[in-house]
Design a protein around this ligand. Sequence first.
Ligand code: ADP
Ligand code: MG
Ligand code: MG
Length: 205
Amino acid sequence: MGCDAAGVIAAIRSAAAVVDAHRDELVNLDREIGDADHGENLKRGFTAVVSKLDAAGDTPGAVLKVVASTLISTVGGAAGPLYGTAFLRAAAKLGTAVAVTPGSVVDALEAALEGVVARGKAEPGDKTMVDALTPAVAAARAAPGSVADVLRAAADAADQGARDTVPLVARKGRASYLGERSAGHMDPGARSTALLLRAFAEAAS
Ligand code: ADP
Ligand code: MG
Ligand code: MG
C-alpha cells in the first residue's frame, strides 16, 4: 500500500471487507451483552463509506473526513458517533499532508482515542472500544519502523486488549445495564476496533 490518499482508500476498502466478513461475529458478541446490532451497524456504515471512496479526496485527511461523516450519518447507536469522532480527529491530525508517515499514523491514532474518550467518557477497564484503542496507541507509539510496523503493533495490542475485556464488568454503554452479568463476554466494540486495526495493518504490509 502506498501512504497517500490512494493507499488510505485501499485500507478503508479492506476494513469494509473485514467488517462484512465479521458481521455475524460482531452481532453475536453484541447479542450477549447488548442489542445484537453492532455488526449490522458497522456493515451498513462501511458499505456507505465504500460507495463514497472514489470521490473522497486526494489527501489521507480528506479521505478520513469522508469516512467520518459517512459513519456518523449511517451507523447510529453508540458506535456511530464514537467511530465517527475517531476518524474525524484522525483526519484533523493528518491535516493536508499528501501522505502518512509512521509518526503521523501514531499521532492520528492517539487523536482518535482522545476523540472517543472525549465523546464517550469511558475509561480503560470500562469494557468498551477504549480497552482496545488505549493499548493500541501505546504499542504504536513504542513501535519503531514503517507505517505497516506501527499498525501491526497497534493491531496486536488491540487484539490483546479486546481479549482482556472478557472478564470485565461493563461500566459504559448498553452492556452496563447488565451489571455483573456482562462479565464473561468480549466487548463487541473492542473486537471491532481490533478488526479495523488489523485490516489497516494488513493493507499497509
Ligand atoms: P448500541 O450499543 O447503541 O447498539 P453498537 O452496538 O453499535 O451500539 O456499539 C456498542 C459498542 O459501543 C460497545 O461494545 C462499546 O465498545 C462501544 N461503546 C458504547 N458506549 C461507549 C462509550 N461511552 N465509550 C466508548 N465506547 C462505547
Ligand atoms: Mg448494539
Ligand atoms: Mg443498538
